[in-house]
Write a protein that binds this ligand. Structure first.
Ligand code: ATP
Ligand code: MG
Length: 391
C-alpha cells in the first residue's frame, strides 16, 4: 500500500527480518501519500528504485525520474517468462523469474540496485480491529502480536504482518480502529528472492490495487478531465487475471480479482490453428490469422470481456451505496484488442477509455517509444511501483 515517509524507514529497516512489509494507507495519510506525486516543486529528481511487476506471463520493469513539471521514463523493459515460471500469481520457479528480471534489467540499461514489487490483493488479508486508545506504539504493537492470531487464519510465524491506526472507533471514544494487513511470508519472500537473483534488492513490497491508484494519479495529471469526486473503475484484463479497482475521490474503495484473461484467447488460437503458445501470442498482436478468426474466436472473446466487466460492476454495486461509476478505464494487455473499449461503452453504457499512463510522458533517448505506447495499458502496476521511488 502507500506511502508515508516514516513507514518507508520502518519498512526499509524491517523488511530485512521480514517482519513488516507493507505501507498501509489510511485516510489520514492520503494527502501526504499523494503529495510526492502531485507536488513537482522540486527540481529534477532521480528515483531511488525501479518498479518490477512480476505478472503471470512476464516481468515488467520501469524506471522514472521526475522533472519540475512531470515524470519522465528513464528505462523500461518487458521480459516474457518461461511457460512454467509462474502458477498464476505464485512464483513456481523463482530461479527462472530471477533470470528474467536479470535480462530485463540488462536490456533496460538501468543501473538501479533497488526495486519495488507488489503482491496481488488475493494474497493479502486485511481486517479492521479495535484497540484501546492511548497505547504507545510499542504497546500497541505488542498487543497486536498477542491478538493477531484471532484474525489471521495462519500461524503468525508464517505471515508478514503490519498495522496502521485509522482513527477513533465510531461511538467508542476509548477505542481506535486499527487496520491489520497480513500476507503469507512465502508470497513476499519468493518475490524478494527473485529480485535478489535478478541483481536487485526489494525495498518496497506494495499491494497491487494500491499501485494502480498511484498510476491513476499520474494519468489524471496528464489528462484534462477532472476526476475529483468521480467514481473511476479500472478494469485490468491481463493474461490470466482480471481485476476491478474502484477509486472514489482518489481513494481505493473496492477491489476484486478473478481468473480470466487473454491466455484463454491464446489457447483457443492454439487449438483452432495448431499453433505453439508463442506463435499464437504473437499473431494475436500482429495479425495474420484466417478470416474466420474475428467472427468465430475474437468476437466471442470480446463478448466474454464485456460479460466479465458487467459481473465485476454488479459485484461492486451490490457492495456499494451507489449503483454507478462515472468512467471505466480499461487496462492490461487485453485493452489492446481493437474496439474493446468501444464495445464495453456501448454494452454497459458507461464512458470507457483505455488507460495509458505513458500517453503524454517524456522519455529518455533509447526508450522504444512505439512499443512503450502499446505496452502502456499493461504497465499500470509497474508504473505505480516506479512512482514509489520518490517517497
Ligand atoms: N494487441 C493485442 N491483442 C490481443 N491481445 C493482446 C494484445 N496485446 C497483448 N495482448 C494479450 O494481453 C495479455 C497480456 O496482458 P498483460 O501484460 O496485462 O498480462 P499480465 O500482466 O502478464 O498477466 P496477469 O496480470 O494476468 O498476471 C496476453 O494474453 C496477450 O496476448
Ligand atoms: Mg497484470
Amino acid at each position: 500500500m502507500a506511502v508515508a515517509i516514516p513507514f518507508v524507514k520502518k519498512t526499509l529497516q524491517l523488511i530485512k527480518n521480514s517482519k513488516y512489509l507493507f505501507w498501509i494507507k489510511t485516510n489520514e495519510h492520503i494527502a501526504w501519500a499523494l503529495s510526492p506525486t502531485m507536488n513537482f516543486s522540486v527540481g529534477n529528481k532521480q528515483s531511488n528504485l525501479i518498479g518490477i511487476d512480476i505478472s503471470s506471463t512476464s516481468v515488467k520493469l520501469l524506471e522514472l525520474s521526475r522533472t519540475r513539471t512531470a515524470y519522465r521514463i528513464e528505462s523500461y523493459a518487458v521480459e516474457p517468462l518461461p511457460a512454467n515460471a509462474m502458477n498464476d500469481k505464485s512464483l513456481q520457479d523463482i530461479e527462472a523469474v530471477g533470470e528474467a528480471i536479470k535480462r530485463a534489467l540488462k536490456r533496460s540499461g538501468s543501473k538501479k540496485k533497488f526495486a519495488a514489487v507488489a503482491v496481488p490483493s488475493a494474497m493479502v488479508i486485511t481486517k479492521v480491529i479495535q484497540m484501546p486508545a492511548g497505547l504507545k506504539p510499542a504497546e500497541l504493537e505488542a498487543q497486536i502480536q498477542l491478538e493477531a492470531d484471532q484474525y489471521i487464519p495462519y500461524s503468525l510465524d508464517e505471515v508478514n504482518l503490519d498495522h496502521q491506526v485509522i482513527g477513533p472507533t465510531e461511538d467508542q471514544p476509548n477505542s481506535n480502529d486499527v487496520l491489520l494487513v497480513a500476507s503469507r511470508s512465502e508470497n513476499v519472500e519468493e518475490r524478494t528472492a527473485a529480485c535478489e537473483i535478478g541483481g536487485l534488492t526489494a525495498k518496497v513490497v506494495d499491494i497491487e490495487p494500491y499501485t494502480i491508484e498511484h498510476t491513476c494519479k499520474l494519468i489524471q495529471q496528464q489528462s484534462d478531465v477532472d476526476w475529483k469526486d468521480k467514481t473511476i473503475a479500472v478494469l485490468d484484463v491481463g493474461a490470466t487475471m482480471t481485476s476491478l479497482s474502484v477509486f472514489r475521490a482518489d481513494n481505493l474503495v473496492y477491489t476484486r480479482e478473478q481468473p480470466f484473461g487473454g491466455k484463454q484467447l491464446t489457447e483457443e488460437i492454439m487449438r483452432r490453428y495448431g499453433l505453439s503458445y508463442e506463435d499464437a501470442g504473437r499473431v494475436k498482436r500482429v495479425g495474420g490469422l484466417p478470416d474466420n478468426y474475428e467472427p468465430e474466436i475474437l468476437s466471442p472473446f470480446k463478448d466474454q470481456i464485456v460479460q466479465q466487466a458487467n459481473r465485476f460492476l454488479q459485484f461492486f454495486f451490490s457492495a456499494d451505496q451507489n449503483d454507478y461509476v462515472d468512467q471505466i478505464l480499461l487496462a492490461g494487455g487485453c485493452a489492446e484488442i481493437p474496439g474493446i473499449s468501444e464495445l464495453i461503452e456501448a454494452q454497459i453504457g458507461t464512458p470507457t477509455s483505455i488507460a495509458n499512463p505513458f500517453a503524454n510522458i517524456e522519455c529518455a533517448s533509447g526508450v522504444a517509444q512505439q512499443r512503450l505506447q502499446s505496452d502502456g495499458p499493461a504497465m499500470m502496476i509497474a508504473c505505480g511501483l516506479a512512482t514509489r521511488g520518490f517517497d
